[in-house]
Ligand binder design. Sequence first.
Ligand SMILES: *Cc1c(COP(=O)(O)O)cnc(C)c1O
Length: 357
Amino acid sequence: MSAPGALRPRPRPEIEALPRYSKAAGLEQVRWRASSNESTVAPSAAILEAVNLAASHSHLYPSLFGDTLIARLSDRLGVGDDQVLVGAGSLALLQQVLTAYTGPGTEVVYPWRSYEAYPILIGIAGASGVPVALDSQHRHNLSAMAAAVTPQTRAVLVCNPNNPTGSEFSTAEFVSFARSIPGDVLILLDEAYREFATSDVDGVDLLRAFPNIVVFRTFSKAYGLAGLRAGYAITNPAIAADLSSAAPPFGLSAVAEAAACAALTDPAHTDSIVETVTAGRAHLREQLAVRGVESVPSGANFVWIPLGERASALEAACVAQGVSVRMFPGEGVRVTVGERAAEDTVIAAVDALAHNL
Ligand SMILES: *Cc1c(COP(=O)(O)O)cnc(C)c1O
């Protein structure tokens, strides 16, 4: 008999090789969380009321595919019901797309540094990820991304505004990129931060010219519902039909659906989140600039400070002052904005480091 534990079930090799999600340092000890791009505004009374009402029906299944939210979204966006998919966060929908359209022997081109979930989700699908470095301004290098497409490429992923740099491309830049991508390759456009954007890119408009686009949006950021998990995707009806065949049934909880519907009809709540964020990022960038610290123009609810090797020193100083931030070693620090005290604590950390930055 073999020793206990010598044999164990093993996942596919791609799963064993996956990178892990990193966690912000000091989360347990800090006073402010500026590390997860969460909204700093609590849900409105109208949203909480919808949540409570839905919760009182928790013994019942929700609709199979989130029909009520789909109807609200398609109405608002001016697209057909057959073009919208909803799920437990936009990441769940991205996973669905990658599982349905890619897999072993195929390639997915993506920008890097970008969202750390991308290489993980591509790996889970069994596809090979092809990272393309951002340019010297921390923006997508769209021409290099187009040039990285091969006959094995099934999808190209772009993130606008980009997480963690906040950088944006223009509609003109995107259109010339999309023209250079073969029609049988998916263009996956992640617009998680669109509501905070300064550029005019609108994935839903672009869909009319490029039927190979899938746009991803979320209720986690500008709608302030990260904890409930609700996101959506918009694409052409043929792709949407393939995706709903691959969708898990009852993927969106009834509580999340009710909250998302209520958030859509409570624009004052979203406006207050966007205003708080816009003011916060201007304040933080200004205060950094006064101190001679470079930051990247941002269209999102965070600011990227490209510190290179000095990134970990700033992270440690932030935690010491009471605020968590997201640090990528050797690259930079991402600070979520929207809480003035948190922004000022990051500035205090910069001052504490003074000439060491
Ligand atoms: C936060 C974020 C999302 C949102 O994911 P959800 O699953 O909808 O919470 C998607 N993409 C990027 C780049 C993000 O930063």
